[in-house]
Design a binder for this molecule. Structure first.
Ligand SMILES: [Zn+2]
Length: 92
């Protein structure tokens, strides 16, 4: 079992606890250790959401969300190829 870690926030320098449970969660998701305290992380998340909203209303923006959509679409296409091949094999 991992032990709780005390980390220093990169933004405000405050110490915060990176608990064993959080470490497990981060490892499962493939994330690296957090560099900011929960307060700064929440502030940055708010900032990112505000930027995304601005990007969505701007005609040239939205590259962050459209990239995710492309990945989903590509995954769907791969599934369709599998289904196309199956009936062809069944005729033999
Ligand atoms: Zn902080």
């Amino acid at each position: 079992m991992a032990a709780d870690k005390t980390l220093a926030c990169r933004d405000c320098g405050a110490e915060f606890v990176f608990t064993a449970g959080e470490q497990e969660f981060f490892a499962q998701k493939g994330f690296s250790d957090p560099t900011r305290c929960p307060a700064c992380r929440a502030a940055r998340k708010m900032e990112r959401m505000r930027q995304q909203n601005e990007a969505m209303s701007a005609p040239m923006g939205g590259s962050f969300s459209s990239r995710g959509r492309d990945r989903d679409r590509r995954g769907g296409r791969d599934d369709e190829y599998d289904y196309d091949e199956r009936p062809r094999r069944g005729r033999w």
